[in-house]
Design a protein. Sequence first.
Length: 168
Amino acid sequence: MTDGERRDNERGNEKIDDGDLTELLSETKILLPGTEIFLAVLTTLPFSERFERLSPTETKIYVCTFLATLLAFIAMVAPAAYHRIARPLRDKERFKTFASLFLVMGLVPLSLSIVLSTYLVCSMIMGNLYALLTAGGVGAVLGVLWWLIPMLRAHDKVDPNSSQSKPR
């Protein structure tokens, strides 16, 4: 450890090694802006003229969508708030695991809000039956791509040496 690193550690300024939190930060940079924009749009909807024309059921779906998106946002920002308040981090690997858990927890309500907003938008345009079918389809695709494939660890079944990356 150099003298500069020792002084940084004494002041509580932890050094982040390449790859330590970089991957987590990159994933957060992908998830958070979309969630923020989604939340911003949902926040403005009650102030639009057309909002008053929502049925009581659609209004409840909107509120559930808004709250789910808000919960997703809170969960995804939690690691940054924790990191800022609990500094210095003594065990970066534990923090990385902790922060990853919050990002995954944020994906749960975000998944729900995407399906609910799909239903809400489609019900305004095509009616309830098509809205249910479309939201169900989006939910199925989202469930497979965001949840099932990662849980099955599909990346472990791909041969990185193969030029075509065929499944094993």
